[in-house]
Design a protein around this ligand. Structure first.
Ligand code: SAM
Ligand code: SF4
Length: 348
């Protein structure tokens, strides 16, 4: 197995069969070796920097019905909220004062905000904070809508593919289609965005073969960012009784992704911090180089409940910033508050 890891480290490539072999035959020693090689790769390309993104969860209304997500339209127990235009801008102002230079505007697929509303939000942020990057994460939209947001100044878009196994994808997303999701990702790339794909780990019935498909999909798409995190059940969804994804598997996949896409921006996600108190730190040590502290007003934090027991819902933005800073330092890394664009995208 070490020879396979060396190959991955040196050539940033493995065949599907080799990926499966690696995933099926990892003991504790081999996993440690994998993590150390992923860390080397990260240091080579990014040093010890960890980029910070300020996350603004601006609406928890959603028209979709993803079976795993607490915000799904069929969940009538959620207290829904929307941040106003003014609240979104005020949240960015506070983030700016705290040093953030990337704002991630994320929400459910909420038709209350039409294209013009999104464009106004993007334009306002870009005029007020011209040195900041705007990342959108609003789900599936038409090519034309994505293009309008891009022309308004949004430069990054996060849209996880969730799972690259078409059958598994379709079973979890009533009324949606894997092909359309993939088309959205290619549209975003074509328009010129820095694109983030990604998947969940530990979904019901997900196998190592499915992860191989995820890894191969990422190799094909060559996204600038990859967001992966464990699936965590939410009590008011059809998957309430399922088992959550594991720390080991998520860390293993983070390490493999770091070596397959050595320049990728790879967050240590909140979900990882939810399944283990030191999950994010372990993610950073396995090749992750981004964290996304929450800037949303504290009153709405617990309403953006994708899954149960989400961490960091009680702290003010400033406390979050300080806490994450300390965690990054204690894990042996350095906080970087710059825009932190993808190296691959900067070279275009
Ligand atoms: N609505 C947009 C979308 O789906 O792309 C953006 C917001 S959505 C809440 C962000 C991500 O949350 C999804 O891509 C999904 O991977 C993740 N998520 C949702 N429910 C989850 C759960 N139960 N466990 C872990 N991650 C979850
Ligand atoms: Fe809506 Fe996104 Fe949740 Fe699916 S994952 S229900 S699209 S918020």
């Amino acid at each position: 197995m070490k020879a396979l890891i060396d190959k991955l480290h040196q050539y940033n490539n493995l065949s599907g069969g080799e990926m499966l072999d690696l995933l099926e035959n990892l003991d504790e020693d081999i996993r440690k070796y994998l993590i150390s090689k992923a860390h080397e790769t990260r240091v080579k390309h990014y040093g010890k920097k960890v980029f910070m993104r300020g996350l603004i969860e601006f609406t928890n209304y959603c028209r979709r019905n993803c079976k795993y997500c607490g915000l799904r339209v069929s969940n009538k127990k959620v207290q829904r909220y929307r941040l106003s235009f003014e609240q979104i801008i005020a949240t960015c102002e506070q983030g700016y004062r705290l040093g953030y230079r990337t704002f991630v505007i994320q929400g459910g697929e909420d038709e209350f905000y039409n294209d013009d509303n999104i464009i106004s939000i993007v334009k306002k942020i870009k005029t007020k904070f011209p040195t900041c990057a705007v990342t959108l994460s609003l789900g599936e939209k038409s090519y034309e809508s994505y293009k309008k947001y891009y022309d308004a100044g949004a430069e990054r878009y996060l849209l996880r593919h969730e799972t690259a196994s078409e059958e598994l994808y379709d079973s979890l997303h009533p009324g949606m289609s894997f092909r359309e999701r993939v088309q959205c990702l290619y549209n975003l790339k074509e328009i010129g965005y820095q694109v983030g794909a990604g998947f969940m780990v530990g979904l019901p019935n997900q196998t190592n073969r499915d992860y191989v498909q995820d890894l191969q999909f990422l190799q094909e798409l060559q996204p600038h960012m990859v967001g992966i995190g464990p699936f965590i059940p939410h009590k008011d969804t059809p998957l309430a009784k399922e088992t959550r994804g594991t720390l080991d598997k998520t860390i293993t996949l983070l390490a493999i992704i770091r070596m397959l896409l050595p320049e990728v921006l790879l967050p240590a996600t909140t979900a990882l911090g939810t399944i283990d108190p030191f999950g994010r730190e372990m993610g950073l040590k396995a090749g992750a180089n981004v964290v996304m502290p929450n800037l949303s007003p504290v009153e709405v934090r617990d309403k953006y409940a994708l899954y149960d027991d989400k961490v960091c819902t009680g702290e003010e933005a400033a406390e979050c910033r300080e806490c994450i800073d300390n965690r990054i330092m204690q894990a042996g890394f350095e906080t970087d508050m710059s825009r932190g664009d993808s190296i691959q995208w900067e070279r275009r």
